[in-house]
Write a protein that binds this ligand. Structure first.
Ligand code: ADP
Length: 216
């Protein structure tokens, strides 16, 4: 079963591809942003604590994120045995804590998908989404800030996971179907998804690092 981390700047398609992967695999989709927005909408104590951060486009403190995420990941593992983590981890301390947590509970992730697109494309997609979904953090100023926060806090995770051999970098500046075909190929080559009929890759085509140590 896949236990995947989706790593991407805002607007690169993290939500879209996470939902697609969830449908393909039967793993549980866990979106940190959705969980936070639910708390805010419900007006819970936790929601009140996180609202200022999410509205400004700042990261919510790691402790609060863990309080929300940990029960969801444990429940996911119990129900489906797999997860697609959409929006977490987002800082090095979160990644290190998640690795520890994953090791303790035998829930280590086995793939990290890093989605990319040119910055102006990201901005224009998020402004389009603002018209459709009305998210309060999809304004130009907050979008620029979220992109800067990604570059500073989250981008270092790319090298961290790449050095562990579990990272796939995918450009999403092309049709969704192409992105998904590449993603499927890679997961199948690593034995994380069953081969599609007539689409199996021979063993010798396994990419380098296919047997790398798992890490969350
Ligand atoms: P996007 O990727 O478009 O910024 P998300 O829905 O993933 O959207 O996140 C929205 C906001 O929720 C972030 O700007 C941040 O304030 C908060 N958030 C989500 N995930 C995390 C996390 N792992 N750590 C800290 N803050 C988070």
């Amino acid at each position: 079963m896949v236990r995947v981390i989706m790593l991407s700047p805002p607007g690169a398609g993290k939500g879209t591809h996470s939902k697609w992967l969830t449908l393909q695999t039967g793993a549980t989709h866990i979106s940190s942003g959705d969980l936070l927005r639910d708390e805010v909408a419900r007006g819970s104590e936790l929601g009140r604590q996180v609202a200022d951060y999410t509205e400004r486009g700042d990261l919510v403190p790691d402790e609060l994120i863990f309080r929300i995420l940990a029960p969801a990941v444990v429940a996911a593992a119990r129900h489906t045995g797999g997860y697609v983590l959409d929006g977490f981890p987002r800082t090095m301390p979160q990644a290190l804590r998640a690795a520890q947590f994953g090791a303790d509970l035998a829930l280590t992730s086995n793939a990290v998908i890093y989605l990319t697109a040119p910055e102006e494309e990201l901005v224009s997609r998020l402004l389009d989404r603002a018209l459709r979904d009305g998210r309060t953090d999809d304004t130009l100023g907050v979008i620029r800030h979220r992109l800067a926060v990604f570059a500073k806090e989250t981008a270092p995770l790319v090298d961290y996971y790449r050095s562990r051999g579990i990272l796939l970098e995918l450009s999403t500046d092309r049709p969704e179907a192409e992105v998904q075909a590449d993603l499927l190929d890679w997961l199948q080559a690593r034995g994380l998804m069953p081969p599609t009929a007539g689409h199996a890759r021979p063993d010798h085509a396994q990419p380098a690092g296919a047997n790398a140590t798992e890490d969350l």
